[in-house]
Design a protein around this ligand. Structure first.
Ligand SMILES: [Zn+2]
Ligand SMILES: [Zn+2]
Length: 328
């Protein structure tokens, strides 16, 4: 874009594609859905909002077993056995659970500064951790979840973010994991990360009007689709430009602490690359067997929000001010 339009030279922002891929991440590795570096003696965040009988929840063990069955069947092209079919059918019917304790949050993401040194890290911090309540909050009244991001009560559970310094972590302990999630697609498959630094250009709606018109004219001639191929990056992404949703562009979002500008910290969208074509498919995976493509397109198995995207915004003046979360 910068070669075609001089105006774009000033519009690029650094963005990181995290490229999660299924694996077995260790505690000192950047990961999605992996164990977090957690100091012994520091309590693991829990959500108090779900005690009592919970209907329509999924046991994490069942989610993992069901995914294994589906993956194996997809790869081999075989039919389900009657036992497998019975299991897949019954886990829906029997999904009532009595919750006695506050629910431990899910580890969603951990990123070390050594893997993404170009991110704007708050002074002295070198690990970013994002945790999420595994349960829906659509019908929940307001209640305190300590350290929660400012949250729009939208179509995804609230998140909690920690910026840490590895120097001050001390001894690291095992942490709890939730035994259930509201939906299969709230549970991230453990993944290791392959971060890639890119330049991202704004969504068409964020461009000055005359430039947006010029881009649309250029699309007709060039055959490129600016929105899906050349602006917002799909998948798990750090930094960059906002990706406005269909109903709620985040124009007026401001920091609740200082009124400063909010910029994207994390965007989680369901697909790592294009549903229809191969735009954004990593070169390394271009020639993979189609049977493996499900793993490279949707490696984490999560979907948050009705349109499949969760956004976390940070204060651009002070990275440790409260984050804001949106999911449409
Ligand atoms: Zn909750
Ligand atoms: Zn602020």
């Amino acid at each position: 874009m910068a070669e075609v339009f001089a105006e774009f030279r000033e519009l690029g922002r650094v963005v990181t594609r995290l490229h999660p891929r299924r694996g077995d991440p260790g505690v000192w590795e950047s990961s999605v859905g992996g164990p977090l570096v957690w100091p012994v003696g520091e309590s693991w965040p829990t959500c108090p909002g779900h005690q009592g009988v919970q209907k329509n929840v999924e046991r994490v063990a069942d989610v993992r077993a069901a995914r294994r069955i589906r993956r194996d069947r997809f790869r081999s092209g075989r039919e389900l056995t009657s036992e497998e079919r019975e299991f897949l059918d019954s886990r829906r019917r029997e999904s009532e659970v009595v919750v006695e304790q506050p629910v431990p949050l899910l580890p969603l993401l951990q990123v070390f500064a050594r893997d993404v040194p170009w991110l704007e890290w708050p002074a002295g911090r070198d690990v970013l951790q994002v945790l999420m309540c595994p349960m829906d909050h659509l019908d929940e009244p307001d209640f305190d979840l300590p350290g929660v991001s400012v949250w729009d009560h939208g179509m995804a559970p609230p998140t909690v973010v920690r910026w840490r310094s590895t120097d001050s972590v001390g001894a690291v302990g095992a942490h709890p994991m939730p035994s259930m999630v509201q939906f299969d697609h709230y549970y991230p498959e453990p993944c290791v990360l392959f971060p890639e630094r890119l330049v991202e250009y704004p969504h068409l709606w964020e461009l000055p009007e005359d430039l947006a018109e010029a881009v649309e004219e250029w699309e007709e001639i060039s055959g490129y689709d600016y929105r899906s191929q050349l602006s917002n990056v799909p998948g798990w992404v750090l930094g960059g430009w906002p990706e406005p949703g269909a109903t709620d562009p985040p124009d007026e979002m401001a920091c609740t602490e200082c009124g400063g500008e909010m910029r994207p910290l994390l965007r989680i969208s369901r697909m790592e690359w294009d549903v229809e074509g191969v735009s954004w498919c990593p070169i390394e995976e271009f020639d993979r067997d189609p049977a493996d493509r499900e793993e490279t397109k949707e490696p984490t198995g999560v979907m948050y929000g009705a349109d499949g995207t969760l956004h976390l915004y940070r204060c651009w003046e002070n990275g440790e001010h409260p984050l804001q979360q949106m999911a449409l």
